[in-house]
Design a protein around this ligand. Structure first.
Ligand code: AMP
Length: 213
């Protein structure tokens, strides 16, 4: 399937994407993961993105479209893709529309995962991430078996730089200002499925029902 997963930071886009990839071999494409890997590797891209990411601001649309223009043409996208954290601005959505039209592709749906703000804040402050494989944990509900060590790959499980209270608050403001308007954009395109759910399973079921899977 080819989906955009919309939703505030902490809404569960990544978790839902990971579950969906297991269903039909589609691939999760997270611009946040791509950028974090570039920062960790110290590449030119990473250097350009690092300061904005740390502050919880968005990196430039040009940089993101450069990444996605390449990424969507890779072989593993043939079985479908779940766009997690992209697009995040109206200009990115417009540019994606042109890119997909050029590639002769259409999306199945845009899923807007709508989670109350207090749940989001709690999730983000308690979330921990493996810096090596990106696996996500939660100190309260899903801690790694050994504190600070990833169950899957043994990598370090840490709090992300942009998950300090200040950066989280900025990320949510940026989301409301720049990304939330995408729901209206895709509603006009007739592609929007809004799911009000805090459980990933409920989100998956709503998607399956919408796509008749
Ligand atoms: P995420 O893991 O999706 O929360 O992304 C982490 C950070 O990467 C964001 O706070 C932004 O600084 C940057 N980022 C990720 N995706 C995008 C995007 N589509 N447009 C602009 N900045 C992005």
């Amino acid at each position: 399937m080819k989906l955009i997963l919309l939703g505030a930071p902490g809404a569960g886009k990544g978790t839902v994407a990971k579950l969906l990839t297991k269903m039909d071999g589609s691939v999760q494409i997270s611009t946040g993961d791509i950028l974090r890997a570039a920062v960790a590797a110290g590449t030119e891209l990473g250097k350009k993105a690092e300061a904005a990411m740390k502050a919880g601001d968005l990196v430039s649309d040009d940089l993101i479209m450069g990444i996605m223009g390449e990424r969507l043409k890779e072989d593993d996208c043939k079985n479908g893709y779940l766009l997690d954290g992209f697009p995040r601005t109206i200009p990115q959505a417009e540019a994606l529309k042109v890119l997909l039209a050029d590639m002769g592709e259409t999306l199945d749906a845009v899923v807007n995962i709508d989670v109350p703000r207090d749940v989001i804040l709690d999730r983000l402050t308690t979330r921990r991430t493996c810096t090596d494989c990106g696996e996500i944990y939660n100190v309260k509900s899903n801690p790694p078996k050994v504190e600070g060590v990833c169950d899957k790959c043994g990598g370090p499980v840490v709090q992300r730089d942009d998950e300090t209270e200040e950066a989280i608050s900025n990320r949510l403001d940026v989301y409301n200002e720049k990304t939330a308007p995408l729901a209206g954009f895709y509603e006009k395109e007739g592609m929007l499925l809004t799911v009000e759910a805090t459980s990933s399973d409920d989100v998956i079921n709503a998607i399956k029902e919408k796509l008749g899977k």
